[in-house]
Design a protein around this ligand. Structure first.
Ligand code: UDX
Length: 469
């Protein structure tokens, strides 16, 4: 099929590349000429495992092109809207400006009977609003097909999704009305697009527009709920001497609960979960559903509280004051396997430590180049070895494998004081303790309930290394 994908960020670039790999003829359109140029050379403008290979393969086979001109979308049978829906600058609601301008730009170039399908995460009611934008073209069919991919595993998530959701006019009932034309057309078009996935047995759900819009928001809200729940319980573990890692492992073995998104630590960040739960809260408030509104408020505040708890614990581990302390932060991206630093909990904490007077050095396997310009208070270092030199406190804030697997003996030889705050509860605490480290986590005591501050960690400080900068 001839397909256009409007918006080539994380969602659109991956969608365009995976559709091309399924054999379609795909044109990706984006307003940013630099992004289009990079994608056209087979290099994603962000780190996403497996994407460069797919981009190069699609272009080598002549099935994938990128352009800045919406007129190039002429002749496509299906147009996917994949632009960003960021948080509004002045409220919790989603900003739909990019979506409206993408639909307007596409309007003059739509063929008769073309199908326009939204994939961006949007508040309920967005399709009705877009129908107004496309009102001059009653022959154009509208559908909604939310995307559930995660950064870092986006290619796999797109090629082997858990489910396909189609929002169509009138929902399932209308889809079986052969005389209605419209709704049946959208379902049939999407079935043709995803034919290889359907053949592989991926479940497909057809529903009305409001349901399709809400499924995505509700799914992200539920994931965020699980994370904030376990983080709230982690605080109770801290207060009572229980261990959150053991507790969540035992909870997760119950198949009704499941272990995923039950990992306690610094909490969630990124370009999706935080803004999506705020948009969900604003939607609930708009519909007068206070239970969802209050729920999302709590999930958000527990999540942000983890960042404050981490800063407070770092202060405690520095003997009560961060001023003048040399602190090394491992991790800058919002999670491992991505260079995305949008709403990164790691950088937020690092910046707060620096604001309190600490000398903070941040290292990350992929995100240093993105981060250094935006955080002038922080010192960035690409090499973990150099970053660790002279540290009085080490914080693990993003659990890259490089840091989980790093030798505690090597790290101990570089720092001034072997104290690590593992805010992702990801390190092998016994191995680190075996090399002389004091290890603290969030909700884990690692060998007793005695707070490290009670042993006055500052008195155990080593002399500064000569190479420390
Ligand atoms: C999320 C949704 O998972 C995806 O379905 C949706 O399409 C977009 O939003 P993503 O933003 O890529 O995807 O991140 P995800 O892997 O879900 O992680 C979100 C955050 O939660 C990260 O900061 C991660 O560190 C944190 N997290 C995740 C936890 O703190 N604990 C967990 O147990 C799981």
């Amino acid at each position: 099929m001839k397909i256009s994908v409007i918006g080539c960020g994380y969602l659109g670039a991956v969608h365009a590349a995976t559709l091309a790999s399924m054999g379609h003829n795909v044109l990706g359109i984006d307003v940013d000429p630099v992004k289009v140029e990079q994608l056209g050379q087979g290099a994603a403008p962000f780190h996403e495992p497996g994407l460069d290979e797919l981009l190069q393969d699609g272009q080598a086979k002549g099935r994938l092109r990128f352009s800045t001109d919406p007129a190039d979308a002429k002749g496509a049978q299906v147009h996917f809207l994949c632009v960003g829906t960021p948080q509004d600058k002045t409220s919790d609601a989603a900003d739909l400006t990019f979506l409206v301008s993408a639909a307007e730009a596409l309007l003059p170039h739509l063929a008769a009977g073309a199908v326009v399908v939204g994939k961006s995460t949007v508040p309920v009611g967005t399709v009705d609003m877009l129908r107004g934008v496309l009102a001059a073209r009653p022959d154009v069919l509208l559908g909604w097909n939310p995307e559930f991919l995660r950064q870092g595993t986006a290619v796999k998530d797109s090629l082997v999704p858990d489910r396909l959701v189609y929002g169509v006019d009138g929902g399932r009932a209308a889809a079986f009305n052969p005389s209605s034309g419209g709704p049946l057309g959208v379902t049939a078009a999407l079935d043709a697009v995803y034919e290889p996935l359907l053949r592989a047995g991926i479940p497909r759900l057809v529903c009305n527009f409001a349901t399709a819009e809400l499924i995505k928001s509700a799914a992200n809200a539920y994931l965020a709920t699980k994370i904030s729940f376990i983080n709230a319980v982690a605080e109770l573990c801290d207060a009572s001497g229980a261990d959150i890692s053991e507790l969540s492992e035992a909870m997760g073995l119950d198949p009704r609960i499941g272990s995923r998104y039950l990992h306690a630590g610094l909490g969630f960040g990124g370009g999706c979960l935080p803004k999506d739960i705020r948009s969900f809260r604003a939607q609930a408030a708009g519909h007068g559903v206070t239970a969802v509104e209050d729920w999302m408020q709590l999930v958000d505040s527990v999540n942000l509280g983890q960042r404050s708890r981490t800063v407070a614990l770092a202060e405690e581990l520095c003997g009560g004051s961060l001023a003048g302390r040399s602190i090394t932060v491992l991790g800058a991206s919002f999670k491992p396997e991505t260079d995305d630093i949008r709403d990164s909990p790691a950088l937020d904490v690092a910046d707060r430590l620096a604001a309190a007077g600490a000398h903070v050095t941040v290292t990350d396997p992929k995100a240093v180049n993105h981060a250094w310009r935006r955080y002038p208070r922080l010192r960035f270092e690409a090499s973990i070895l150099r970053a660790l030199e002279g540290a009085e406190l080490v914080l693990l804030l993003t659990e890259w494998d490089e840091y989980r697997d790093f030798s505690p003996a090597v790290a101990a030889a570089l720092v001034r004081r072997p104290v690590v705050l593992d805010a992702r509860n990801a390190l092998d605490a016994a191995a680190w303790q075996g090399e002389g480290w004091t290890v603290r986590g969030l909700g884990t005591r690692h060998g007793g309930t005695q707070p490290v501050s009670g042993t006055s960690p500052v008195s155990g400080m080593r002399p500064a290394s000569a190479t420390y900068r």
